[in-house]
Write a protein that binds this ligand. Structure first.
Ligand code: ZN
Length: 93
């Protein structure tokens, strides 16, 4: 295991294919945010949480920085609220 790597619990990972290889450990991954181009690091700890707790696909990887993810979540939340409000207006005629 490389220094600084986080040990993986392969029994908690979601295997989409029996031939896919499990991740034995997680190392920090540097990537560029696809929305704003910011240089970001997806840490081993975050990967462990994503793959083992959030049950993310082993083929998925981080593409957006925290700011852009938060903005996206806010937008979805806002859209949901607007739709709720529209439904409410319809019901009230
Ligand atoms: Zn970003």
């Amino acid at each position: 295991m490389p220094p600084g790597a986080v040990a993986a619990d392969t029994t908690q990972q979601v295997h989409v294919s029996p031939y896919g290889s499990a991740k034995k450990f997680y190392v920090d991954v540097a990537f560029k945010c696809k929305d704003c181009g910011a240089d970001e690091v997806w840490t081993g700890e975050q990967q462990k949480w994503f793959y083992e707790v959030a049950k993310g696909s082993l083929y998925a990887t981080a593409v957006r920085c925290r700011d852009c993810r938060n903005r996206l979540n806010d937008q979805r939340e806002l859209q949901r609220k607007q739709m709720d409000a529209a439904d409410e207006a319809k019901r009230n005629g």
